[in-house]
Design a protein around this ligand. Sequence first.
Ligand SMILES: C[S@@+](CC[C@H](N)C(=O)[O-])C[C@H]1O[C@@H](n2cnc3c(N)ncnc32)[C@H](O)[C@@H]1O
Length: 209
Amino acid sequence: MSIEKSYNSWASSYDEMHNKTRDLEATVAREILGEWYYTNILELGCGTGKNTQWLLDKCDSLIALDFSEEMLTKAKQKISSKKVVFNQQDLTKDWKLAPNSMDLITCSLVLEHIQDLNLIFKKSSEVLHKAGQFYICELHPFKQYSGSKARFNTGKVIQELEVYTHHISDYTDTAFKNGFKLIQLNEWFDEDNRDNIPRLVSFVFKKVI
Ligand SMILES: C[S@@+](CC[C@H](N)C(=O)[O-])C[C@H]1O[C@@H](n2cnc3c(N)ncnc32)[C@H](O)[C@@H]1O
């Protein structure tokens, strides 16, 4: 099943099912971005809008992109605001956004589904204005090495999604190549227990060119 179709069928249960990765990422986003206010935010892979409403309180306007019609439908059912535009958009295709127009891009739990990181960093660098920030939070590659991946229960089977492993240096090297500087890297653990493998890794990059 394609990634898009998988998310279409996951959409109805995504918010309700037990999901430590989803919940920990919500905490991470709030901890990392909590103290800032932005003019224009671009949210890549907004899904059912887990972070969208919260981000809306932190900006003047927000564009939320996702290719899954059903995930977007869920988000739109929950969120109504003049400040937000939801666009059905494959992130690997042309985003049709003005260059240098955003001051924050967020990308939560999306890049494991995108093979070519360079494509995303290149487009992000184009639409961010100088000194704009790029927040990324993903399943930690250590988790990926040990076999973790996005999966959900369809009611009949456990459906595993197509994923790609990105090493920490893949993120940083690709960011540097596209004119970003790393300003924050954190690892996040279940119950904050640092004896475990970290569940998530987060980055904040700043556009410096
Ligand atoms: C695990 S969900 C995360 C949703 C939300 N960011 C969150 O943290 O709950 C991944 C989302 O990325 C979207 N996605 C994956 N690959 C994509 C692509 N190539 N273009 C657009 N959206 C994509 C999926 O449709 C899905 O909504």
